[in-house]
Design a protein around this ligand. Structure first.
Ligand code: PLP
Length: 247
């Protein structure tokens, strides 16, 4: 068994353990949860800085969702791997508005939308792209899946919108016909307190009550996977623990 496959299986076990812990904790609080709830966390493999061959190894282990941060590097990999159409690419890095065209064209998900200008540009470029392509696959599921990045630790150096401005941005995205508002993304700072995770869970639940398309809380990386899942994460973004350290 290759190392990447072994790592993916280990992570999946950790996800299951954290999901079970969450399930039991919620049950003790008397909350109703359907019985399949504990398997609802998606593993996103973050392949930034890693070669296409590493993505293929993960693919052979059954992995389908991949996250990338750097546009040029990502587009090269996506092009190289276009013979694997089941791959689903997620853009998770900071977005410069002059990069929105390439992002709208190459990705299925964008996790890092944090301002209206970027959302509006992604929408118009997605529209343009869809009208250029005659691919039948781009029927109903043609909209770009969007998570809004929240700067939960309110770090001035980090991307992300402040919680106080989140709901007006959600409304902008919801009004874009080629964007599908799926949820929230956060990168809590190192050693962030539990309150940051709880705050994300609260914002996510609140957003869900307003928009029925919202089903994704993208939170948790190699070092905070358990804490994220016990606070309602539905998608964890794991790089190092799958592919090893980055240079
Ligand atoms: C790099 C990165 C990850 C993966 O982090 P690891 O600690 O390697 O698991 C997840 N999310 C974002 C936004 C990243 O930039």
């Amino acid at each position: 068994m290759n190392k990447i496959k072994e790592n993916i299986e280990k992570i999946k076990q950790q996800i299951d353990q954290a999901s079970h812990a969450t399930y039991h904790a919620n049950n003790q609080q008397g909350e109703f949860l359907s019985s399949n709830r504990q398997n609802s966390v998606t593993l996103l493999a973050v392949s930034k800085t890693k070669p296409a061959s590493a993505v293929v190894q993960a693919y052979l282990a059954g992995q389908r969702d991949f996250g990338e941060n750097y546009l040029q590097e990502a587009v090269e990999k996506i092009t190289q791997l276009s013979h694997l159409p089941e791959l689903c690419w997620h853009f998770i890095g900071p977005i410069q508005s002059n990069k929105t065209k390439q992002i709208a064209k190459n990705f299925t998900w964008v996790h890092s939308v944090d301002r209206a200008k970027v959302a509006i540009r992604l929408n118009s470029h997605r529209n343009e792209y869809l009208s250029e392509t005659s691919d039948e696959n781009y029927g109903q599921d043609s909209a770009l899946n969007i998570c809004l990045q929240v700067n939960i630790s309110e770090e001035s150096s980090k991307s992300g919108i402040l919680a106080s401005e989140l709901f007006s941005l959600a409304e902008v995205v919801n009004n874009c016909d080629k964007l599908n508002l799926r949820g929230l993304m956060a990168i809590p700072e190192k050693n962030a307190c539990v309150a940051s995770y709880a705050q994300m869970q609260y914002l996510f639940k609140k957003l869900q009550t307003q928009y029925p398309t919202v089903d994704t809380l993208s939170m948790g990386m190699s070092n905070d996977l358990h804490l994220a899942i016990t606070h309602g994460s539905t998608m964890v973004r794991i790089g190092t623990a799958i592919f090893g350290k980055r240079d």
